[in-house]
Design a protein around this ligand. Structure first.
Ligand SMILES: Cc1cc2nc3c(=O)[nH]c(=O)nc-3n(C[C@H](O)[C@H](O)[C@H](O)COP(=O)(O)O)c2cc1C
Length: 174
């Protein structure tokens, strides 16, 4: 398969250097829509997304993570622990999975618009909770920092190093 989805997925990389330019409102709406239509367990849609875009909020973000990369915008994606689906056999909750699918949709939608991003997990959840008044019921899954890639943005050297398919894919039995 060439072009289309595979091209988009192959060209994406974690962008960690951005232009000093705010994200266009219409483009942000499109990215949020891509997250909005993502599949979630039983279609419960337990995700909650905080748009961090004002200069004041972006300054607060810098207190919560070193992985802000001076991005002009960040999306904090979490989910409601009480609402999300739980598997009855073992109680495994779907929330992190749901929120990750939503985040992936938004990451790829951004890429399609020429907007770069990095998925960040390395943040202090307690500082984040306090800084942005995140309710106790919301578990924070991902921070997606994003912006228009700087001319000097380039993939980290490990970006296209992949394990062999044989190592990660099994057929019929593990
Ligand atoms: C769940 C998850 C958490 C990540 N957390 C961070 C992070 O905290 N800081 C960071 O700089 N990159 C983070 N990344 C980006 C990965 O390091 C990156 O996706 C990986 O090295 C592959 O590189 P690529 O995105 O350029 O293909 C994270 C990615 C994922 C999927």
């Amino acid at each position: 398969m060439s072009g289309g989805f595979m091209k988009l997925a192959e060209e994406r990389y974690s962008v960690r250097k951005f232009q000093d330019k705010k994200i266009d409102k219409k483009e942000l709406e499109e990215i949020l829509k891509a997250g909005h239509i993502a599949p979630t367990a039983c279609n419960i849609q337990p995700q909650r997304i905080l748009v961090i875009e004002s200069d004041e909020a972006l300054e607060k973000l810098k207190e919560c993570t070193k992985c802000h990369f001076d991005a002009p915008l960040a999306l904090l994606v979490g989910y409601s622990k009480s609402e999300c689906w739980k598997r009855r056999y073992d109680g495994k909750p779907s929330g992190d999975i749901d929120a990750s699918i939503v985040t992936t949709h938004m990451m790829l939608a951004a890429q399609a618009l020429g907007i770069g991003s990095t998925w960040v997990m390395h943040f202090d959840p307690e500082k984040m909770r306090k800084a942005f008044n995140v309710p106790e019921d919301i578990e924070m899954t991902a921070l997606l920092v994003m912006g228009y890639p700087h001319d000097e943005a380039e993939p980290y050297e490990g970006h296209s190093t992949f394990r062999s398919m044989d190592e990660v894919v099994r057929y019929d039995s593990f």
